[in-house]
Design a protein around this ligand. Structure first.
Ligand SMILES: Cc1cc2nc3c(=O)[nH]c(=O)nc-3n(C[C@H](O)[C@H](O)[C@H](O)COP(=O)(O)OP(=O)(O)OC[C@H]3O[C@@H](n4cnc5c(N)ncnc54)[C@H](O)[C@@H]3O)c2cc1C
Length: 148
């Protein structure tokens, strides 16, 4: 549905007001042209926080570009180091309690160590991503070279 609007508020034209992002958001929703579902959002990297961002932006139409062939970022343990790709070490253990580092919407398992091993964190991240259905948004082996 397209609606032609001509709004005049405190002497300012709609065009001037549209420069303000909040008003733009309100206006486009009001006009019924752009909804969260058809608004595209790019997330760079499918590490822990890229995956969390995909959930946060869940009402939108996100796509996540990941330069490797796996999600999890740093927490995906790689036996053989790859140039420019972060990885934990076999001995890595988190330096805070599992509750402190967990997402508030997804508590860690009772049975995992209080100071989780790297493979427990990876499992936690993947359980989270799977349960929130965000893995389908990831495009693997796509490195972002430039953002304009
Ligand atoms: C050895 C080690 C131990 C750590 N210990 C802790 C800890 O105990 N507690 C804690 O809270 N944090 C710790 N961290 C910090 C860790 O970085 C964060 O916990 C978390 O992994 C950061 O998530 P992220 O998604 O921001 O980044 P990352 O996990 O680094 O993920 C980034 C992702 O983006 C991808 N990417 C990068 N550039 C591009 C590009 N141009 N185009 C496309 N994809 C791209 C990468 O391949 C990767 O998958 C540790 C880090 C390391 C290295």
């Amino acid at each position: 549905m397209k609606t032609a609007l001509k709004i005049q508020i405190i002497g300012k034209s709609l065009e001037q007001l549209l420069k303000n992002w909040k008003i733009l958001t309100f206006s486009v929703f009001f006009a019924g042209k752009v909804t969260p579902k058809n608004k595209k959002i790019a997330v760079i990297g499918a590490g822990f926080f890229g995956l969390a961002a995909l959930e946060e932006e869940g009402g939108f139409n996100p796509v996540c570009f990941e330069k490797t062939d796996k999600p999890g970022g740093t927490w995906f343990y790689r036996e053989k180091p790859e140039d420019g790709v972060g990885s934990t070490m076999p001995s890595t253990i988190i330096n805070h309690s599992k509750e402190l580092g967990a997402l508030s919407t997804f508590p860690p398992k009772k049975e995992s160590n209080n100071f989780m091993r790297h493979h427990e964190i990876y499992e936690y991240i993947m359980d989270y991503a799977t349960s929130k259905g965000v893995l389908k948004y990831i495009r693997y082996k796509k490195e972002v070279l430039k953002v304009k």
